[in-house]
Design a protein around this ligand. Structure first.
Ligand SMILES: *[C@@H]1O[C@H](CO)[C@@H](O)[C@H](O)[C@H]1NC(C)=O
Ligand SMILES: *[C@@H]1O[C@H](CO)[C@@H](O)[C@H](O)[C@H]1NC(C)=O
Ligand SMILES: *[C@@H]1O[C@H](CO)[C@@H](O)[C@H](O)[C@H]1NC(C)=O
Ligand SMILES: *[C@@H]1O[C@H](CO)[C@@H](O)[C@H](O)[C@H]1NC(C)=O
Ligand SMILES: *[C@@H]1O[C@H](CO)[C@@H](O)[C@H](O)[C@H]1NC(C)=O
Length: 385
């Protein structure tokens, strides 16, 4: 059999036996999309590329259109739109639409279209994501409330997808929200009722939406509170000639006027005899009264007083002297024999409440009597006396 008759035989076979196949061959002659519709997400400012792959294009043309505006962007490898951020990239069977410097308005449906009869289309979805941003003007700034009041902190943020807001304290300590105690809180509002002074401080509202970077705003909450004066060591002993520090701790906001008073009236100021040293951290203030060269006149009660616009409070420290005993040997030793003011006994009473606002100044002047070394040697302190 010659080659020609072999080909004729094959043609006959194709035409006569599988007539339907002819139709199929004809169908395969029309262009066809490869792959399906896509969703492309691009961060604002970046470039986006949508790709359309077509097989067997023949004389037909590929056009890109933006659906919502009904704009023809490209036809073949020509850019039709005047938008100079748009370009078309032609591969073997691909038509890639690239949009530079993506804007929010670029989001939407894009159509890859073939001018077949009827028209063939493929739709691609472009989503634009935007990192979160806190809207300063509609978020809380610095807030000042009184202790016991309710407070609402608010933060709002823009971004795509819509950001979620998380609250926490800058120092990560827990906060009381309603009946819950939590170190984190989600929502645009952070509502706290009947706030106490220890909630004073910085809060952070953090906006996240999965598109980096997350952003936060620092919101300072100030809780105005009446002074509370706390004395850790109610009684402090010193030897004559010593320098002694009397400590007191104050909680107050706004910052209080702090004074130390001795013998009910004398307001103590910096000088050669006294130094008042104050260290403040937020609403907490540590105050030291340094008394130089302790002498007999220095014994007695010292009042640490604090006053601000919400009120005043005070607490006292008692300074007593420790006696110096001359031993029978020639050396002088310090002992801890303490001469304690009568009025402060028994010791149980020393555990007074911290907030002794309204407590009257003591009028008793029954302070220690400091004896001379000679007098002391003459006193028999033994229990048998
Ligand atoms: C593309 O996104 C749209 C809307 O977000 C959604 O309805 C569709 O199912 C997504 N399609 C694909 C292929 O992921
Ligand atoms: C945000 O608002 C506060 C007042 O609420 C203002 O003090 C601050 O400067 C603002 N910050 C910015 C970045 O605009
Ligand atoms: C928080 O307080 C704000 C303003 O006072 C109010 O609009 C909001 O509904 C409150 N939110 C909650 C969860 O209580
Ligand atoms: C503070 O909040 C509590 C509990 O949410 C509420 O019962 C009370 O009425 C509020 N007080 C004020 C002054 O809004
Ligand atoms: C008193 O002295 C202390 C320490 O030297 C200083 O820190 C403080 O500011 C002084 N107070 C006044 C009122 O001058």
């Amino acid at each position: 059999m010659s080659a020609i008759s072999y080909v004729c035989f094959l043609l006959l076979l194709v035409v006569s036996v599988v007539g339907a196949k002819v139709l199929k061959v004809k169908f395969e002659d029309t262009p066809k999309f490869v792959g399906s519709d896509t969703n492309v997400t691009v961060v604002i400012g970046r470039d986006a590329t949508l790709t359309c792959t077509v097989e067997n294009l023949q004389k037909f043309k590929v056009a890109w259109l933006k659906v919502d505006t009904q704009t023809i962007l490209t036809i073949g490898n020509h850019v039709i739109t005047k938008n100079h951020r748009v370009s078309i990239g032609k591969g073997d069977q691909t038509w890639s639409l690239t949009i530079r410097d993506i804007r929010l308005s670029d989001a939407g449906q894009y159509m890859c279209q073939l001018n077949t009869e009827p028209m063939t289309i493929q739709t691609h979805h472009l989503q634009v994501s935007v990192p979160p941003d806190i809207i300063n003007s509609s978020s809380s700034g610095e807030i000042t409330v009184r202790e016991g009041e309710n407070v609402s902190l608010h933060c709002s943020a823009s971004g795509a997808p819509k950001p979620t807001i998380t609250w926490r304290r800058e120092d990560l300590t827990p906060m009381k929200i309603g009946s819950e105690v939590a170190s984190k809180w989600n929502g645009v509002w952070l509502n706290m009722s009947s706030v106490s002074r220890d909630i004073n401080g910085a809060f952070l509202c953090i906006a996240t939406n999965g598109v980096p970077p997350s952003v936060s705003k620092r919101i300072l909450l100030r809780v105005m509170c009446k002074p509370k004066v706390h004395v850790i060591q109610k009684m402090i002993g010193a030897y004559i000639g010593d320098t002694v520090n009397l400590h007191c701790k104050i909680e107050a906001f706004p910052p209080p006027v702090i004074t130390w008073i001795h013998q009910d009236t004398i307001k103590l100021q910096n000088g050669t005899k006294y130094q008042v040293i104050t260290e403040s951290k937020s609403y907490k203030h540590t105050v030291i009264l340094r008394v130089y060269n302790v002498c007999r006149e220095d014994i007695g009660s010292y009042y640490c007083c604090a006053e601000n616009q919400l009120g005043s409070s005070k607490n006292d420290v008692t300074l007593y002297t420790l006696a110096t005993t001359t031993m029978s040997t020639s050396t002088t030793e310090r002992t801890t024999t303490a001469w304690i003011p009568k009025s402060t006994q028994p010791y149980a009473e020393l555990e007074v409440s911290v907030d002794d606002e309204g407590q009257k100044y003591s009028n008793e002047d029954s302070f220690v009597v400091v004896l001379s070394q000679q007098q002391m040697q003459n006193i028999d302190l033994s229990p048998s006396s």
